[in-house]
Design a protein around this ligand. Structure first.
Ligand code: ADP
Length: 161
């Protein structure tokens, strides 16, 4: 059975912290699906389509990495798509407590799906989409927190606040 992992998140926007977790997951899985969770009520910075475009640009040379939207329970999406692993990154002890509860809950709902955690690289511990959004919002240069091979001007250059 091939090992398919879902890396779920909001990715608003996708940062070098996210990129690093996916890259480090490549040798562990046959395929990684980056799942953009969609919630009709959640306020958006980048639209869902823009987030998908950005992530696709980042991994254009990696045929085993796909980007998909999903809504509802992550575990249900995994069941529908025969995904057997959920990949998550851990930055801090508060990430751990939050993730522990979700992973144990998911395990109790579906025993065949394992959650795999990778500890963030030390240099990425403080990076979050929230802070990157804030930097961009205040016209700061967020380039060093975003994947290097994306067209920054295209995605963020024309933003007016
Ligand atoms: P969520 O909506 O689940 O908070 P995020 O897009 O913020 O989604 O994060 C998705 C996943 O990426 C989570 O597992 C999160 O812990 C991980 N992650 C976020 N930022 C980083 C980072 N800087 N380094 C490593 N992992 C990260």
């Amino acid at each position: 059975m091939s090992k398919i992992a879902l890396f779920p998140g909001s990715f608003d926007p996708f940062t070098i912290g996210h990129e690093s977790i996916v890259m480090r997951g490549i040798p562990l899985f046959d395929k990684i699906i980056i799942g953009i969770g969609t919630h009709s009520s959640k306020k958006q910075f980048l639209s869902y389509d823009t987030r998908k475009k950005l992530i696709n640009q980042c991994f254009k040379d990696y045929p085993n990495i796909e980007v998909q939207f999903f809504e509802g329970l992550t575990i249900e999406f995994c069941k529908q798509k025969n995904i057997n692993f959920i990949l998550r990154g851990l930055r801090t002890s508060s990430d751990f407590e939050y993730e522990r509860a979700i992973a144990q809950f998911n395990k109790s709902l579906h025993q065949n799906i394992e959650t795999v955690f990778l500890l963030t690289l030390p240099d990425h511990t403080f990076i979050s989409s929230t802070i990157v959004r804030e930097v961009i919002y205040h016209n700061g240069d967020a380039r060093k927190y975003l994947p290097t091979n994306i067209d920054y001007e295209y995605f963020f250059g024309s933003m007016k606040f």
